[in-house]
Design a binder for this molecule. Sequence first.
Ligand SMILES: Cc1ncc(COP(=O)(O)O)c(C=O)c1O
Length: 410
Amino acid sequence: MEKSIQNAVLEQGMKYNSFYLYDEKTILEYTKRLKDSFEGVKFLYSVKNNPYINVVKTVFAQGFGADAASLNEVLLSEKLGLKEKEIYYSAPGKTENDIKGALGKAVITADSLNEIELINSAADEKGIIAQIGVRINPDFGFFGGKGTPSKFGIDEEQLFDNADKIKSFKNIKITGIHVHLHSQELNTELIKKYHNNMFGLVERVCNKLDVSLDFVNLGSGIGIPYAKYDKEADVKALGENIRKLCSIFKEKHENTQIFVETGRYAVGKSGYYACKVVDKKISCGKTFIILSSTLNGFIRPAIAHIIEKYAVDEFPAESEPFYTCKNAFGYIVLNNSDKTEKVTLCGSLCTSTDIIEEDIELKEMNIGDMLVMTNAGSYASVITPYQFASLPKAAQLMLMTDGSVINADE
Ligand SMILES: Cc1ncc(COP(=O)(O)O)c(C=O)c1O
């Protein structure tokens, strides 16, 4: 952890017991890596992974559009200056109100045949023809083989079987497709194969539905290393693969834009969760460090502990965004101690599941010391149950490149 981040944590620790700190420099570095690697691709930021205003603003300022998963995320993206054709609203289970609220503010991606009808009716009421995307559950799987049942999107075959019905709707025009099958993949070859399959799907859609597309949204998939043994996905190779696919594709589909969505690649590494040692005790020879908020501050390490301790499988399958892998988070003690000790890290909730690590060797800690957890930029604060025990909510802070620390959400 860089000195500038350590200093910011120590300074903010005088005001707050528990807080997230997002590092602007890291966000700029990761978004630049993507832009430099993928020529001619437009990135959409998956707002749901970290929706705090100054984080989102920073990512949008790098030229990213929005992957919005709710009407609120559409409205936030609009408020932050994005135009209709820069906001893509895709999620299962949109209500009539969601659709009416988003029409004219975002490109809506229908997640089911029912939604296509709902959008058609809402557009009819408004007297417009809505240009929409459809989310497809394709005939191929991310890891190879055939497609599988999914709550997301419309099965490819079902979409084609309904082509005539879809064409009969007067107030919608399908101008894009969206697929997302898997997150947090580090195997570059697998992601490449998925992208190759996606370009095949586009041809089938254009032929069967008799449409030309404004956009093809390849979804996400690009992971980040969490554990020390994780190896980064090769984003340059992914960009090069898409460039090659596009060199043929663009001959026939000159005006089709290619989108890639990402949440965690843009901001996952930028986040740190800091909490304070509020008590220390020894029970039956075991040293317990009680931290200000763990399960109710940054839930993922606590979930990982539960899964790894109680799951029947030796290596439980990853289950994003709640569980990634063993040793996914680093723990950094901020004090000058030169001694270490074996401790159990836990929070102050009245449940024995509020433990994040047992018998881990760390620098010796005392009451008042700050402990920092890494990899806390994505699906971290947003999935944490803050209501539990009505304890104070973790603050959302951002370290700017000029050294200042601002509220990340104002
Ligand atoms: C449809 C869709 N797009 C994009 C993402 C973003 O994934 P990630 O943050 O891993 O890039 C997700 C994550 O679940 C998703 O469901």
